[in-house]
Design a protein around this ligand. Structure first.
Ligand code: CDP
Length: 223
């Protein structure tokens, strides 16, 4: 028997790390829904799409093909946009600065959510994001809501971004996480919130091994 596992929560609290760990252990598919919003944002920025104009958004979305492809060198799933591997570029702060605005557009969410539901229709999936347990898979067997102290989240994301670009500052990262969390939790459509039947996992003081063991225990209970 396979189940559906959803992991939602604040920016940079380790959702994708846990989702990857669980998918690997359970031999499930891992889908990073945030990567879809990031890739759409990249397309809009590159093509100067005005995302406040619904017609322009619809036309642009019709030209977007998103795929998740396994990189056989490291076993990780990577995001492809119209035949190009964009996994590296979508993690840039330039994308992070705009992604929450783009993700609040109705047409964009309809596009992304229908693809996410299609990918999860046979269960055996771990998906992380903001509205996965509330909107995308409201009947998922296991819903995790992740959180971590703000300072921990800022330091983790700063470290990741600094490795790519030493010009990034801690303050910039802090501002970006705060702004995204505000927009994501206050938007009209599918705002970030904890599903009523979600279990909270605060990983501020947990190692990766410990967070995995806790989540594995919850999985066992459901199987
Ligand atoms: O990894 P990080 O916490 O930085 O964020 P992400 O998962 O890559 O998501 C980037 C952005 O996409 C979020 O800040 C949201 O604005 C949006 N998003 C969303 O609206 N709904 C989702 N299911 C996933 C992401």
């Amino acid at each position: 028997m396979k189940i559906t596992i959803t992991i939602d929560g604040w920016s940079s609290c380790g959702k994708s790390t846990l989702a990857r760990q669980l998918a690997r252990e359970l031999h499930y598919v891992y889908i990073d829904s945030g990567a879809m919003y990031r890739a759409i944002t990249l397309y809009f920025l590159r093509n100067h799409v005005d995302w406040t104009n619904p017609d322009a958004v619809e036309q642009a979305l019709a030209r977007i093909k998103l795929e998740f492809v396994t990189n056989h060198k490291n076993g990780q799933t990577e995001t492809w946009l119209n035949g190009e591997n964009v996994e590296y570029v979508i993690r840039d702060l330039v994308i992070a600065e705009k992604v929450s605005e783009v993700a609040s557009v109705k047409e964009v969410r309809d596009f992304a959510v229908s693809r996410q539901q299609e990918m999860g229709k046979n269960k055996g999936i771990v998906m992380d994001g903001r509205d996965i347990g509330t909107v995308v898979f409201p009947h998922a067997e296991l819903k995790i809501f992740m959180t971590a102290d703000e300072s921990v989240r800022v330091r983790r994301r700063y470290k990741e971004l600094y490795e790519k670009n030493p010009n990034v500052t801690l303050e910039e990262v802090k501002q970006n996480l705060a702004r995204r969390d505000y927009i994501d939790s206050h938007r009209a459509i599918s705002p970030l919130r904890q599903a009523e039947d979600a279990i909270v996992l605060d990983n501020s003081h947990l190692t990766m091994r410990e967070q995995l063991e806790i989540a594995q225990h919850w999985v066992k209970e459901r199987l």
